[in-house]
Ligand binder design. Structure first.
Ligand SMILES: *[C@@H]1O[C@H](CO)[C@@H](O)[C@H](O)[C@H]1NC(C)=O
Ligand SMILES: *[C@@H]1O[C@H](CO)[C@@H](O)[C@H](O)[C@H]1NC(C)=O
Ligand SMILES: *[C@@H]1O[C@H](CO)[C@@H](O)[C@H](O)[C@H]1NC(C)=O
Length: 248
């Protein structure tokens, strides 16, 4: 069976028709359509497949976080950001991508955890405490992303099912200086903000809700077999999910 992960990327006001996976031609033989990968699975090759992605954007003033997380000279100072997402294709392990592509200052990620959402649903504040896992970067729990750059985490070795959900909690001790930050305003899941370091907390009581994604920009999985790959949909805000129900 061929599984395909579907990514939606929003590009300005470009108007491109919506394509659903169901209308794509199925492939019986990769060699027939010129899309053969040209490699076989061996020790030297891992089939990392993008399974969730969101287009990084420069955050407009109105989409910066609400006070007190939007300070006078920096945003997210001493703040934990709990965000959730649903992947398409699962895999045996996964890694997370964080973007500072629109930042003009370094983005200092102090500590990050990933967990399964409390009841498995996106948009929930709590997580399943037994699944809280530290996210590291070359073994370091902190990472400073230079302005204009992005970072990919070390692999997290727990299996993710098709349609699996993740809750990612990012703590920024210093926040990010200035107001040029990278986000995706049209998140389809709710994000929660809380002062202090709460990466290891099961509950996120008192978290302030804001329906935007900040800094997270991709999830890749080690696909369960070679016949899994990704397609990207390029289009307008409808392709991005506008009109769908948040947290569904
Ligand atoms: C955040 O602060 C900046 C700078 O003062 C301001 O331009 C922006 O409107 C504020 N946004 C929100 C959502 O509070
Ligand atoms: C999960 O929890 C949230 C928040 O408490 C609730 O809105 C949602 O209905 C729950 N979902 C399920 C499947 O129980
Ligand atoms: C871990 O990352 C922090 C933040 O970038 C850095 O200051 C520190 O030197 C790093 N530690 C190691 C052991 O690489």
């Amino acid at each position: 069976m061929r599984l395909t992960s579907v990514l939606c990327l929003l590009v300005g006001n470009l108007s491109v028709g919506f394509t659903s996976a169901a209308t794509l031609p199925t492939r019986s033989n990769d060699a027939d359509n010129g899309l053969a990968k040209g490699h076989s699975k061996d020790q030297s090759w891992t089939n990392w497949v993008s399974t969730w992605s969101t287009m990084p954007q420069l955050t407009e003033p109105a989409n910066l976080p609400p006070a007190p997380f939007n300070g006078s000279s920096a945003v997210f100072v001493d703040t934990s950001i709990r965000q959730s997402l649903k992947v398409t294709a699962g895999g045996s392990s996964f890694r997370l991508r964080f973007s500072n592509v629109f930042g003009v200052n370094n983005l200092d990620l102090t500590a990050i955890s990933v967990a399964r959402p409390g009841n498995g649903s996106v948009g929930t504040t709590s997580v399943d405490g037994s699944t809280i896992t530290a996210v590291t970067f070359s073994g370091n729990s902190s990472f400073s992303i230079p302005n204009g750059a992005q970072v990919v985490s070390d692999p997290i070795n727990w299996p993710l099912s098709d349609d699996g959900t993740l809750s990612i909690t990012t703590y920024l001790a210093k926040g990010q200086s200035g107001f040029s930050i990278t986000s995706h305003p049209g998140s389809r899941t709710s994000t929660y903000l809380l002062s202090g370091n709460h990466v290891n907390d099961q509950d996120f009581t008192g978290g302030v809700r804001t329906d935007h994604w900040y800094f997270i920009s991709g999830v890749e999985v080690v696909a369960n077999d070679d016949n899994i790959d990704a397609i990207a949909l390029v289009g307008d805000s409808l392709t991005d999910g506008r009109g769908s129900t948040t947290n569904q």
